[in-house]
Design a protein around this ligand. Structure first.
Ligand SMILES: Cc1ncc(COP(=O)(O)O)c(C=O)c1O
Length: 385
């Protein structure tokens, strides 16, 4: 087994900004003061204080009112992904629209549920609406109406791209024309580095068909396992009807609610600049080492950089050549909705320190070079053909 020295594999938060003292103080306070909720089952919606804090988070970012009673707390947003897919499913074999490259956890949940996935191509603005329209038309001609469209429109995983507002409005329009709910996964919201923040779909369209997924994993820590669904009636009841676990962890929710009682911005102002520094360093290292070899995304938020590899790289060998040099990454194939071989890899930068980023990139570069069949410089025009 090769030792992993440079773990670009998992989208984790930054350990150096984990707010130890503040969370300890919050835990001490809520354990003493919240004996009643802590000694009870929370029920379907979950801890009221955290629902209020997350309603405030969404409402202040998006500028629209959010009702805390429309928030269902979950065990990470991954449970929200699964619950919503179950709620919208009628039969095995139902169709769902996803981005061609998407979060492997979601793809694997949809596969397990027996959904037939249709992947829509991506470009620098996220899911392509021309392709979505063509696919909805061709499915309609076969009498098929997808049960929903799943989109990570902001800091997309794995590409990091953000869908511009105009395209979001097009998606809303297409969804309305074909009467299809949108499940908007915004788990990277607030991991924002620069530029305009595009509005969430739920803020652009109050159609109660649409569902919205949020998380605390990326702004605070994935070990808390705190996520949520924002659903308006009657969808709210449909999602709640799938839930049989008596609600999610009250202690974690109560601590997070206390920690965020004055909003999420104070901690984001500490953690985002640290993450941005790592993103900047990774971009600089890629420029220094790989500019004649690869192209990559330049995300304005989130935790990932998506790298396009030369066509002559042996993708299977690359995993082991990289591992032999201590480098872990996730290969393009694991993000493809049909596991198609794809000359891409994803680099997660949230958890590594600067030294690891600076040493990891040349090690990965050497592995890529070792797996090519030529030494020709590569001149791609873009990440996508
Ligand atoms: C797009 C997306 N959705 C959902 C999740 C699940 O996150 P969590 O369950 O930790 O909230 C992830 C995790 O990486 C993700 O990238």
């Amino acid at each position: 087994m090769d030792e992993i020295l440079y773990d670009f594999g998992t989208g984790r938060s930054d350990p150096s900004t984990f707010p130890v003292a503040a969370l300890q103080a919050a835990a001490t306070k809520v354990i003493a003061e919240q004996i009643e909720p802590l000694t009870n089952y929370p029920g379907g919606l979950g801890h009221e204080g955290l629902r209020r804090a997350m309603a405030e988070r969404e409402s202040s970012r998006e500028g629209v009112p959010v009702d805390p009673d429309h928030i269902i707390l979950t065990n990470g947003s991954m449970q929200a992904v699964t619950l919503t897919a179950e709620a919208l499913q009628v039969d095995k074999g139902d169709t769902v629209i996803v981005e061609e490259f998407s979060y492997p956890g979601t793809l694997s949940a949809y596969r397990s549920l027996g959904y037939e996935m249709h992947g829509i191509g991506l470009d620098e603005g996220g899911m392509r609406m021309d392709q979505l329209e063509d696919r909805l038309q061709s499915l309609d001609a076969k009498g098929k109406r997808p049960k929903f469209i799943y989109a990570i429109s902001t800091y997309q995983n794995p590409t990091g791209f953000v869908m511009p507002k105009a395209r979001r409005l097009e998606m809303i329009d297409l969804a309305a024309r074909y009467d299809i709910p949108i499940v908007e996964d915004n788990c990277y919201a607030d991991v924002h580095y620069e530029g305009e923040v595009e509005p969430a779909i739920f803020a652009l369209d109050d159609n109660p068909q649409h569902l919205y997924l949020g998380s605390l994993s990326k702004i605070l820590a994935p070990g808390l396992r705190l996520g949520y669904v924002l659903a308006r009636p009657p969808m709210l009841d449909k999602v709640l009807a799938r839930r049989h676990d008596a609600g999610s962890n009250v202690l974690a929710a109560a601590i997070a609610a206390e920690f965020y009682k004055d909003g999420i911005s104070e901690h984001a102002a500490v953690s985002n600049p640290v993450l941005k520094g790592k993103r900047d360093l990774l971009l600089d290292e890629l420029q220094d080492h790989m500019s004649e070899l690869c192209v990559w995304s330049k995300p304005v938020g989130g935790l990932f950089i998506w790298v396009r590899l030369p066509d002559d790289v042996n993708l299977k060998r690359l995993m082991s050549e990289a591992a032999a040099r201590g480098v872990k990454y996730l290969p393009g194939i694991s993000f493809h909705y049909e596991f198609a071989k794809a000359p891409y890899l994803r680099l997660a930068f949230g958890h590594l320190n600067h030294n690891q980023i600076s040493l990891g990139v040349p090690a990965l570069t050497a592995a890529i070079q070792a797996c090519r069949t030529s030494n020709e410089p590569v001149a791609f025009d873009s990440l996508f053909d």
